[in-house]
Structures are given as C-alpha cells and as structure tokens.
Design a binder for this molecule. Sequence first.
Ligand SMILES: *Cc1c(COP(=O)(O)O)cnc(C)c1O
Length: 375
Amino acid sequence: MINDRPTQLRVNLDALLNNYNKLNELNNNKIGLAIVKADSYGLGAKVIANHLYQNGVRHFATATLEEALELKEVIQDSMVLVLGVTNPKNIKYAIENNISLTCPSITWLRECLSELETLDKKLKIHVKIDTGMGRIGTSDVEELKSIDRLLDSEKIDFEGIFSHYSNADGTDDIYDDYQTENFEEKIKIFTRKPKYIHIENSAGTVKYSNRDDCYNMTRIGIALYGCYPSENIEKLDKVRLEPVATLLSKVTHVKKFSQGEKLGYGVSYEAKQDEYIATVPIGYADGLLRRAQGFKIKVGTEDCEIVGRVCMDQLMVRCNENVKVGDTVLFYGEHNGQRVSIDDFASYQDTISYEIFCCISKRVLRIYYKNKMEL
Ligand SMILES: *Cc1c(COP(=O)(O)O)cnc(C)c1O
C-alpha cells in the first residue's frame, strides 16, 4: 500500500511508556492496569499493548471480548480484563484465551455457571460493585451476598473486585468519598479476598496517590495517552504527563482570495481582505469534526484559522502569503518545536480529549515512533 495522503496520527511510544511508569511511581507501585479499550482510545491497541508488554507490563483491560481476543494475538501471559458485559454464551472464548470477565450481576453469574457445566476450566471474574456510577454492577446487599455464595464454585476464579469513580476528575472529593465508603462497606460482604481490588481511573490514580487504602491496582486510561482527565487533575501538579499523540497533515493546495470572495459549503466564509487560503486533506470522515470550524491550528509556525465548513475529506485554513503546498499542518500535539494543546482543541469543540482521540477514523494512518525514530 502506498501512503499518498499526508494526513497522519503520530504516536510516541516512549512518551506513552514514560507516562505509565510515572503513574506507577506515583501510585506507590500498585499494579497499573493499562486501559487499551476502544483500540487504545483510537491510537492502536495492538502496537501500544505490545510495546507496554515488551517493557514488562502484564495487566491490560479492554471494553469488549472482541478487543480482548484481538489483544491476545500480541500479548500472551498477561491479565486481560473485559470491563463491559460479556454475553455468558461466549464465555468459552474467555476461558480458552485466559481472559478475565466483569461480573455485573447475580443473573449474569448464574448464566455463566450453567454454561460452565460443560466446560472444564475456570472462569476468571472481577465482581463489579456499583457505588454511584449507575452503569454496570450491583449495589444490592442481598445480591452481593448471593454472588459471594456462588463464588464458592470450583469453576470460578474470583480474581478481582472493583468499582468506578464517576467524578474523580471533578473539583471536590465529596462524591469520591461517598463512593469509596460505599465500596469498602460492600467489600466486607465478601467472605474471601480476591487478588485485585481497584476503583481508581486516571483521575483517581493521580488524586489519591498518597492515600493509605486497601486497593492494589489502578486503572490507567487517558493519562497513559498523555492527557489529564481534567484541568483540576492537571492543576494538582503531581505528575508531568508527556504528550503522546500528534495529528498532522500537509497543505495540498493554495490560492489567493480577493476581498468578498466566498468559499465552503453553505457559502460559509467570505474573505475580509486579500487572503491566502490553504486546503488540507482531512475532514469529518477522518474524525476531524465540523465543530472544529473556526479553531486555529498551526500551518508551519503560524496560527491559522479553519475557515468555512469542514468537508468530508478536506478543509480550508486562512494563512499568510508565505504559505505553500507541502507546509506542515498541526492540529494537536507537538511537531518540530510547534505545539497545539489537545485540550484547547477539544474544549473549543465542547468535548474532551477522549472523544477527540476516539473519533479519528481508520482512514488516518497511525505512525509509531520511539526516541524520534520511526518504527
Ligand atoms: C475507561 C475506563 C477507565 C479508564 O478511564 P480514564 O479516565 O481514561 O483513566 C477505567 N475504568 C473503567 C471501568 C473504564 O471504563
């Protein structure tokens, strides 16, 4: 395959590993569960997990069984936990591939036990307690007691128990404290202790790094990819994350506009004076959303506004007279000493870095590099 189009998402694997290690140091060496769901937030789970694996990481989590199975092609002797709900009919795939599943309810566990009757291996599970997120897991005491009784089964390997903060990136700890207390109460219901107990996401990992608690694992997602879960977490100034992802393209066309000339679908922009307009081959089919219209990106070393509506495959930017075909365009990240903050890019579009990453479509080439060397 040739790579004709210059649009690419560059992923710095060294920065990613440094972030992982920094967070692990910060959390007193609790086990850092590397969250590589949704294809590592769109950055490419296979390459990223393999790189972490080569550097000693042995604990990973995905959102789905499909993602976990794909990961198992590149990493073997590691824990891979599926964070979402898996259909009990498919647990044999989890068992055959040594994948750990989330137990969201007693009903789910019962269905698994009936599937397990015809299977002769153990199913590894992490019981999910809902402490206030309201998504999956249960908070019902009777249900938790019933789950605990079923964990007696020799077909079940009770590997973990976990919950999820819903507001750890917020400005205060009130709801976190409520969830923490709730979690610790619920853990007491269980008559045995699993290997792993975890509740912290990236925000919690940073925020509660000095807490004396009973948890021995933290789940590191967005921070691995070089972004703070929120400004509040960044302001704590506990860890300096290194940017991992950079979205780049190049100018493919330039033209001079006279005052009053118009461009874009819906005649969405009119030149205010004589202007130079550059066209860049990226659009909403690449995950560069229409909401980005008006944001200033870097063309070479200049800040240039995206003008007119973002098209499916291309967009236009207003530049100065020096712009030429082949000039580098930086949407976010760092390149050649230039920098555009992904958080600024995301907040301009009323969203968060997580969504910006996940939107980048398959059409955009991912380039991985280490120590400035391309792989
Ligand atoms: C996605 C996810 C995480 C990671 O969250 P970050 O904010 O990216 O660190 C952790 N735990 C669960 C259950 C998740 O779904």
